[in-house]
Write a protein of this length. Structure first.
Length: 196
């Protein structure tokens, strides 16, 4: 009769073996370290928004690279969804006060909310199924949908959705660039062992 060992039993056996060999137990990141990294990512998101403000505008209205999403996605994948909300909300509010106009804040807030929801849902999928680049592309597409929705509500005109296909097509390369940069940034964060 064959017996199967569950993954939890395997983890318990590894911990018991580590204790027997005198190895320390793996520690979870402390809340203070998580908050510190969250603050760093908030500052990074603001800095990236400021840098992007100097990039010449695209010939297509409303189309931006969205560099700040690098920090938001990193917060989502490393720290979790609540920290990603904090980074995105802080970036929206502070960037609107420092660099933007009230209408730009509405576009950014609605787009960021939909982008966060899409990235959070995609991040729950196995990494063998979707990578940070794919998550970033979905987030960029959702962000553009949110901006189109905000524009339609502000102008009271559904005709703006005719521009949505262009924005969705642009979300693929732009989201892929941000996703690749996020992957590189995450490797640096893990290499520095900030959470350990």
């Amino acid at each position: 009769m064959r017996t199967t060992i569950s993954p939890s039993d395997k983890r318990a056996a590894k911990l018991a073996s580590a204790e027997a060999n005198g190895s320390p137990k793996p520690k979870k990141p402390s809340p203070s370290r998580k908050i510190s990294l969250c603050a760093v990512l908030c500052a990074a998101a603001l800095m990236l928004s400021y840098i992007e403000s100097f990039i010449p505008a695209s010939p297509f209205p409303g189309m931006r690279l969205g560099l700040f999403n690098i920090a938001v996605l990193a917060a989502n994948l490393i720290l979790g969804f609540p920290y990603a909300i904090a980074v995105s909300a802080a970036r929206c509010v502070i960037a609107a006060v420092l660099f933007a106009q009230p209408t730009a804040f509405i576009y950014s807030a609605v787009g960021s909310a939909l982008s966060l929801a899409a990235m959070a849902a995609a991040a729950r999928l196995p990494r063998s199924f979707i990578t940070p680049v794919g998550i970033s592309v979905l987030g960029a597409a959702a962000h553009n949908c949110g901006q189109m929705l905000a524009c339609a509500l502000l102008l009271c005109d559904a005709a703006v959705f005719s521009y949505l296909p262009v924005m969705l097509i642009a979300a693929v390369p732009l989201g892929a660039v941000c996703g690749a940069l996020c992957s590189a940034a995450m490797k640096i964060i893990y290499r520095l062992k900030i959470l350990k």
